[in-house]
Design a protein. Sequence first.
Lengths: 451, 299
Amino acid sequence: MARIHQPNPGAEGAEGAEGAAGTDAPGRGTGRRKAVRYAVPVAVAGVAAATIGIGSALAKSADPDLPRISAQDLVAKMAASDTQRISGSVKISTDLGLPSMPSGFSLEGMGEGKSGGKGDKGAKGDGSAASPESKLTELVSGTHTLRVAADGPDRQRLSVVERAAEYTVVHNGADVWAYDSASNTVHHSRNAEHAAGRQQAEPRDLSKATPQQLAKQALDAAGKTTDVSVDGTAKVAGRDAYQLVIKPKQQESTVGAVRIAVDAKTGVPLKFTLSAKSGGKAVVDAGFTSVDFGKPAAGAFTFTPPKGAKVTEGEPGGPARDGHGKDGHGKDGDQPLGKGLGALGLPGGGTDSSGTRVTGEGWASIVELKGADPAKSAKGAKAGEKKGANDKNAEAVLDSFGSKVSGDFGTGRLFSTRIVNALMTDDGRVLVGAVSKDALVKAANAAHSGK
Amino acid sequence: MWRAESVPGAAAGSAAQSRPAVPGWHLSLLRNEILTVFRRWRTLALLGVLAAVPVLVGVAVKVETGDGGPGGHGDGGPAFIAQVTGNGLFLVFTSLAATLPFFLPMAVGVVAGDSVAGEAGAGTLRYLLVAPAGRTRLLLVKYASVLVFCLAATLVVALSALTVGALLFPLGEVTLISGTTVSLGEGLLRALLIALVVAASLAGVAALGLFVSTLTGSGIAAMATTVGLLITVQIMDQFPQLDAVRPYFFPHYWMAFADLLRDPVTTEQLWRDLGLQGLYVAVFGSAAWARFTTRDVTA
């Protein structure tokens, strides 16, 4: 304990072997030696920092040289692509500009979430049951890593990589297994029987998360409303790719551009980027970080529920379904991602529930919902002003998310994200589209006068 | 003259310096050092506490699920706890996940912090230095013995968990977190790999502790500083506002060991973890060397 500080470091003398060996010039020499030695860790840290910096700079490798190709040929190449086997990792980042609402983007979710945070709770409740729908909602915000493998139309596998856990959906013939390792729960459904339509919705929804399907949907929207061109090349997941750029021609669209990187050899879309007209970070950025067109290991498509895992059967009317319905997502909650995509202006997202109407065309289409649910919640919130503190809160929440607008149609609230804007009128209609706020108000006016 | 000493790897150069060139000489020094570490009651108590964690977790899970209720509730609790009832091997992973954030590095911090400062405090450091070992070599031996403790501590947790898991729960084919099933043998192999990765993940905090230990003559102060630093960094690693620097905190990729339970195994995070530990070892190891070889040792 008693350590004596020597005033003169050079007088170290014969203390220790090193001291004896290393002091040829006492005093100044020791000071210099100290400085030189302390420079070593500093240099190590400096070299490491420089390496990291250079490494990330080098990561942006040069665009590959590829023969020129027309947009039409490229699209044809994509269409002709018959790649059945693919495996790899996909990174998907989404920044919709939603005010921190983890539970999603489905329209019901919006209505519910805003009228008192029920939507959030519902989504959390779902999380423990390993149903694919609830998991997909989580994909709609933040950055996620997926791992996909496919071998023909009957065998697919998709994993959502999480911290120390994984969520996996395995589709093999008639069986669809979903396994959530965090809660050790299994969700099983069969898509062979009469329920085929409903059950098949699951793998179809899942495949929408892959760049292929995203790209296809975007291309379907092409036409006179869209400008399709090839914009150079890029390197994606170590493969040479062409960049297909799709730009909406309509002024009112909020979509800036959709970029699809198409593999030069196989025609498989490797990366999908959706950017907003307002600029900034990409709204949706989904791309392979590694890809392999070989046959995936056969074991990848077999699944046996582990011992001790809770297995729920996904029969219509089964416990998992019921629980799901009760959580307030309703019928359309089953297809949150599809819905989300639909709202993003990509057709095929499935807005087939009754009481909806689509106006406008292409990128400027606006979906009009006459849902009773949003009407109730809006009216409930309105009436709540006279009621209690709880409803007052709901009103405050509603106000914090939306701004009030008025027009020929009456008054309503406008909710906006970076791509999708929604107008909720006080008489219970909801207009949603990937269009500017003005266009929404105009559409509401038109609908009003048309009645 | 001191230049030859300044390269830690230059064994040949330093051997020429009037040092008895007995083969395996520093092995015996290392053996002595390791024995000193493991003979301390403090070390044994730490290992005992670490061995008790899997017992506690195992018994708690067993009691909770004993009355037929479903195991695990999805959220809350350390990773993999939901799988423990179905397969005792998962107790190894749960225990490592539970002890890795604090218990394991704390034990390492205590041993590493004590390594040099403890000797200085007890007044034995000067005698160690009288032996013709050289400070660089003494420091390397000290660090090696701390690394041996890292491995021992991790293995104690893993083996204790395996024993408890085998006693309380069934063992059998292992369902990886990706949903694929592998044999118990492969599961055990993966468990061993995970234990090694966890032990390697502690190398950074060990180097940090060694550096702190060379700064002071009080063993307690060095231990407290190391553990305090560990806790501070662990807390700072939780703030999303620090996103820019978080990937450089030594505990940031600790949970990457779970990637060994995926199929196929993803290695990106694992390499980042090991690379980061290597960086910490290089920076704080050389800082400890710079300090230790130039400081005055009077106690």
